[in-house]
Design a binder for this molecule. Structure first.
Ligand SMILES: Cc1ncc(COP(=O)(O)O)c(C=O)c1O
Length: 446
């Protein structure tokens, strides 16, 4: 039986009413990639208020890898609810906070003593990671990358790369932030081998330390081991190793932003574990909370311990409802069974996407790691000119046929696939078929 069950056109009449209320009550700058108004969600399925059953390929932008309403997570939250909701980590000690910190300290890469600070959102965690790096190094400058997305608070928006969609109108930004291109093997010069290209990226990094910033003034280098918003670009191991070398040489804190690519999405608990590089700080959020607002800064104890007593914290950081959810989620995410399923789901998507690339010339590239996969649309395969219009057209078409989707990419010309990994093969294949039909229709029009 079909997993997508549509009873009305999308959006249906009840959804339209809520969407109208949203329009009147919420700021128009708050974007939405679909017109879906949710009634409930389970696993990889979402039901809207009109009774339509949809397949979720967005997973709330990769924040629900273990699926909507995982039973263990729901039970843990209910149990905690019956004890207490929150008493604030700046006032009392809550055991779930300590337990989650211990878990992350033991699971993040590196055989050194670690500590974890909890916060509420990815942005807040990145902000804290940069702050502790500054305090520890007694330096102000930060190096980040083109295509990066690190959040929308002032410091993290300063680190985020994309202007038109995210940064326009919100300046001035935090000073002493330096940005260099991140390796993008799809957009390397024609005729260049991948190795030559990566060497040229490494040369550009060395040049940046002459032309842009004194490496001895850098507190931190922050990088997503697989760029998320920037278009699912895995950073080559050689490049990550070079960053580690530079950090070691100049005493810079290496921060891995694992907010989107972590939580086992790529087939390892942390994406940086595909390389042998050990970061000083790992930032986690999204899927570690299975839908609850929680984020974490985990790193070398000496770095996390640098700020003075009272220098860190917030009212809600480490809320125990979110902590117990995260403990259950992480125990699932790290299990062999889950990682095996990530690779199965990833392989089904990868092989399907490879076939599409052969069939449809509007597709320039398909790529990713594990179950973090993406399709990039171009106007012309030779020039690789990004095609944001066709991307939007495909998303609208697929969504109107019951598939929840989002785009990505510095040029907004990619569709990212982040379905809950607990998706069944049947649901996954049906979703891929809906997406392919939308791509085929878009191709036929050109
Ligand atoms: C890599 C990365 N860093 C930081 C963030 C910011 O997280 P949040 O939206 O929870 O503030 C995101 C969110 O998409 C992200 O993907």
């Amino acid at each position: 039986m079909s997993q997508i069950q549509l009873k009305t056109a999308l959006p249906g009449p009840k959804s339209l009413q809520v969407l109208e209320r949203r329009k009147n009550a919420l700021p128009s700058g708050l974007a939405k990639s679909t017109e879906v108004v949710v009634e409930r969600a389970e696993g990889a399925l979402v039901w809207d208020v009109d009774g339509n059953q949809l397949i979720d390929f967005a997973g709330g932008i990769g924040m629900i890898n273990i699926g909507h309403r995982n039973e263990k997570v729901v039970d843990a939250i209910k149990k905690q609810l019956d004890k207490y909701i929150h008493t604030c980590s700046l006032v009392t000690t809550m055991e779930p906070y300590v337990e989650l910190a211990e878990l992350l300290n033991s699971l993040t890469p590196g055989n050194f003593k670690k500590k974890t600070l909890l916060a509420n959102s990815g942005s807040e965690a990145v902000e804290n990671a940069i702050n502790v790096a500054k305090y520890y190094t007694k330096r102000n400058a930060v190096l980040c990358f083109e295509g990066a997305y690190h959040g929308r608070t002032l410091l993290t928006l300063s680190l985020t790369s994309k202007y038109a969609l995210f940064k326009k109108g919100f300046g001035s930004y935090v000073p002493d932030i330096y940005r260099i291109p991140s390796p993008n093997t799809y957009r390397k010069a024609n005729g260049m081998s991948e190795e030559e290209y990566i060497s040229s990226c490494i040369e550009k990094l060395d040049e940046a330390f002459i032309s842009q910033v004194d490496p001895e003034s850098l507190a931190a280098i922050i990088i997503e081991p697989v760029l998320g918003e920037g278009g699912f670009l895995p950073i080559p191991g050689a490049y990550l190793r070079k960053l580690r070398e530079v950090c070691d040489k100049y005493g810079i804190v290496f921060i891995a932003d694992e907010i989107q690519c972590g939580a086992s999405r790529t087939g390892k608990l942390f994406a940086i574990q595909h390389s042998d590089v050990i970061p000083d700080i790992v930032v986690s959020a999204k899927s570690i909370g299975a839908g609850m607002p929680i984020s974490a800064v985990t790193g070398k104890a000496e770095i996390l311990d640098a700020p003075h007593l009272g220098g860190l914290g917030g009212t809600y950081g480490g809320n125990p409802l979110a902590c117990v959810a995260a403990i259950e989620a992480i125990n699932i995410l790290k299990s062999d069974d889950f990682l095996k399923r990530v690779n199965e789901v990833g392989e089904i998507i990868r092989t399907t996407l490879e076939k599409w690339k052969e069939k449809y010339s509007i597709i320039g590239d398909v790529r990713g790691l594990g179950a973090m996969r993406l399709v990039e649309f171009v106007k012309d395969r030779k020039t690789k000119q990004p095609d944001a219009e066709v991307t939007l057209e495909v998303i609208k078409d697929a969504v109107s046929n019951g598939l929840i989707m989002i785009r990505a990419g510095l040029f907004s010309n990619c569709i990212r696939l982040l379905p809950p990994v607990v998706i069944s093969n049947e649901q996954l294949i049906e979703g891929l078929n809906v997406l392919e039909a939308a791509i085929a229709r878009a191709q036929a029009k050109r």
